[in-house]
Design a protein. Structure first.
Length: 242
């Protein structure tokens, strides 16, 4: 891992993951193979991220198939939402759902990068967003302040997007989730550029952990990672971008 990355960025060193990432980079990898590799990589990175970001507590007693009593386990925090960034984040949803022991809400964010400025533009947001009315004496608190936290927001948002290039899209999504009222964010990705990872990780550093399979040093003038793996959304869905 580059020494220049912020401490809340975690780059996996799993050898199987690194081999799969190399396969995903290959220009000969077709749409079906791309989907499978994004899923498999997301499983590995997601397992590492959730091992560090979740904890367990004792639940009610139950009985095994042999009739013996045992104490069940449930995960903490109790409220979690999965937030894929459209389109390519959809390719990671099933992997994270597979890891979690119970269904959780999925809230979608649609963001695209404006081709000239390379800055993010939001076109879809299905968060049950609401800025609570500040209580007396709290007029100067920000929407994300604990005293005005949105009751619909989960304690943890798992934000997923395969690529972090300029970092603008991830940073905008993190800001949106912060304003929604989440307490923590785990951002899981497949590949990132150093500068983009730094931008995303610093957006809300005290409450965000970034977990990623690999890091490249550069982005080109179009905001694409070099050597990178191209437009993952187009590769997943067999389309050709603008």
């Amino acid at each position: 891992m580059s020494q220049s990355l912020p401490p809340n960025v975690h780059v996996s060193s799993h050898p199987c993951l690194q081999a799969k990432l190399s396969q995903l980079r290959d220009a000969a990898t077709n749409s079906r193979e791309t989907k499978a590799l994004v899923h498999e990589i997301s499983l590995i990175v997601g397992c590492e991220a959730l091992a560090a970001g979740l904890s367990c507590k004792d639940g009610p007693p139950s009985k095994s198939h042999l009739g013996h009593s045992y104490i069940t386990k449930t995960i903490l925090p109790e409220t979690i939402s999965l937030v894929p960034i459209l389109r390519s984040g959809l390719g990671m949803v099933e992997a994270i759902q597979t890891l979690l022991p119970a269904p959780i809400p999925i809230h979608h964010l649609g963001l695209f990068r404006e081709p000239l400025t390379l800055e993010p533009v939001e076109y879809y947001n299905n968060l049950p967003y609401h800025i609570p009315t500040p209580t007396s004496g709290a007029a100067n608190l920000s929407p994300a302040s604990p005293s005005t936290t949105n009751s619909s927001a989960p304690a943890l948002a798992i934000l997923i997007d395969p690529i972090i290039a300029t970092g603008g899209t991830s940073a905008a999504a993190i800001q949106t989730l912060k304003e929604w009222g989440v307490q923590r964010i785990i951002l899981i990705a497949v590949l990132g550029a150093e500068s983009g990872l730094e931008r995303a990780a610093k957006e809300w550093a005290e409450a965000t952990e970034v977990w990623i399979a690999g890091v490249d040093k550069e982005i080109n003038s179009r905001g694409m990672i070099v050597p990178g793996m191209g437009d993952v959304g187009d590769r997943l869905f067999g389309t050709k971008g603008k």
